[in-house]
Design a protein around this ligand. Structure first.
Ligand SMILES: Nc1ncnc2c1ncn2[C@@H]1O[C@H](COP(=O)(O)OP(=O)(O)O)[C@@H](O)[C@H]1O
Ligand SMILES: Cc1cn([C@H]2C[C@H](O)[C@@H](COP(=O)(O)OP(=O)(O)O)O2)c(=O)[nH]c1=O
Length: 202
């Protein structure tokens, strides 16, 4: 039983997740919720160390997937589960859908292995709502290049992001009850207005 709500933000790099997280957090805060925002990989001191390795060190694909779930295990135990039990609303910049999309879709790791890890690490928890920021690949790429130095994932080629995005969209149609796809090719103010409408019904 968890009195709080768990909301995740997903999308390929440059789709606009981080830009809209603080907007949604303040929207929910204004409605009287205590809101905790966090991110993956990361969200705990150990998780942030794993994040630095994941974003910058070369490693075997299965090591990558296992470390994503190791960081997630810690994140759930230290941050997400206690917050939801207290009744807080948790917003996470990425969660397990990202592992299915990047390690499964992008890097082609067998989905059954990821499903086994998911059953191990969080058998009874799924997000209440997942916002998938959807944007054409070229738009995401040009926003990224203008905004920051690129990490190990962001340096991948277009085919990798096409496969990652396709897996995100496949999951959105597999789990329509919790996914909402946001057209984030629109200007930031339009995306914000869409989010206001979406949260009126959530
Ligand atoms: N709807 C939008 N229109 C124009 N630029 C945007 C939009 N959303 C985000 N950006 C810009 O694109 C860049 C990447 O956005 P960011 O939120 O960091 O993406 P993500 O967290 O999904 O990787 C930032 O410079 C941000 O200001
Ligand atoms: C959570 C997660 C992230 N990632 C990748 C996607 C991103 O490229 C990277 C870091 O995510 P993110 O925090 O979105 O990067 P940034 O702060 O640069 O916007 O990690 C995976 O490959 N698998 C996962 O399970």
């Amino acid at each position: 039983m968890k009195p709080g709500k768990f909301i995740t933000f997903e999308g390929i790099d440059g789709a606009g997740k981080s830009t809209h997280i603080s907007f949604v957090a303040s929207l929910l805060h204004d409605r009287g919720h205590t809101v905790l925002t966090t991110r993956e990989p990361g969200g705990t001191p150990l998780g942030e160390k794993l994040r630095a390795l994941l974003l910058h060190e070369k490693m075997h694909l299965e090591t990558e997937a296992l470390l994503m779930f190791a960081a997630r295990r810690e994140h759930l135990a230290q941050v997400i589960e206690p917050a939801l039990k207290r009744g807080d609303w948790v917003i996470s910049d990425r969660f397990t859908d990202a592992t299915f999309a990047y390690q499964g879709g992008g890097r082609k790791l067998d989905r059954r292995k990821l499903e086994a890890l998911e059953r191990w690490v969080h058998p009874d928890l799924q997000p209440d709502l997942t916002l998938l920021f959807d944007v054409p690949l070229e738009v995401a790429r040009s926003r990224l290049e203008k905004s920051r130095d690129l990490d190990r994932f962001e340096q991948e080629q277009a085919a990798f992001f096409a496969a990652t995005q396709a897996e995100y969209l496949r999951r959105a149609s597999e789990f329509p009850e919790r996914f909402r796809v946001i057209d984030s090719s629109k200007p930031i103010s339009d995306v914000n207005q869409g989010l206001v409408r979406l949260f009126e019904e959530f």
